[in-house]
Design a protein around this ligand. Structure first.
Ligand SMILES: [Zn+2]
Length: 77
């Protein structure tokens, strides 16, 4: 794995934050790669995928809370 700038990546950990309309999530100590040249932090695709699924699930529940109705009664599902 290599950064777009061509720099080498080193293993490390970083926080990963997601901002959505009704909430923000910050994940800490997520395995990440850091570029030794430009300091860009990259995350494993698999890890991002897992986080994304979690975010989607939370988003669904948050919409339910915000709307005050169970998601089964919403027509956009
Ligand atoms: Zn780089």
């Amino acid at each position: 794995m290599e950064c777009k700038c061509g720099g080498a990546l080193i293993d490390g950990k970083s926080s990963y934050s997601v901002s959505k309309k009704y909430f923000s999530l910050i994940f800490e100590d997520i395995p990440a790669f850091k570029c030794t040249r430009c300091d860009k932090v990259l995350f494993d695709e698999e890890v991002v995928d897992k986080i994304q699924k979690l975010v989607n699930r939370v988003e669904r529940d948050v919409k339910e809370i915000v709307s005050g109705a169970p998601s089964t009664n919403l027509y956009d599902y």
